[in-house]
Design a protein around this ligand. Sequence first.
Ligand code: AMP
Ligand code: ZN
Length: 138
Amino acid sequence: MDCIFCKIIAGEIPCFKVYEDEKTLAFLDVAPCADGHTMVIPKKHADAFVEMTPEESGALFEAVNKVSNQIMNKMESITGLTIGMNTYPSAGQTVMHTHVHIFPRYEGDGGGTTHSIVDSAKSADPEYLKKICELLTE
Ligand code: AMP
Ligand code: ZN
């Protein structure tokens, strides 16, 4: 398969590896948005997060937790993290191998919050929220 992250896992393309276990690999982003910007990926290819099983995604997020702590404990002056995934191209996914971005945050770095990704406020009418809730749980 012509997948750049599968090639990294196979050792065909180099990376700056920061963590590895049986199911997961983490490495520095080649075009970092912050010092220590790290990608955490499953070793088994899945185009997108929602195509993984709950067990596979659980293993991925165990690694995200470990790497997040590693980054928080080691990066100088770090004050927080933003953790996120672009899922499918309409959400900005460019590499079609599931990955979690860990963006270290620093005081005054000028970055936004997850809310700034989708910035148009929608209806908070309780009746409307109830309809969505029913749709999601029926
Ligand atoms: P996304 O837009 O969420 O699909 O993010 C893909 C990320 O992969 C981008 O932040 C790229 O900088 C990063 N990336 C692409 N190729 C490599 C590579 N060879 N090594 C490390 N990171 C990469
Ligand atoms: Zn892949």
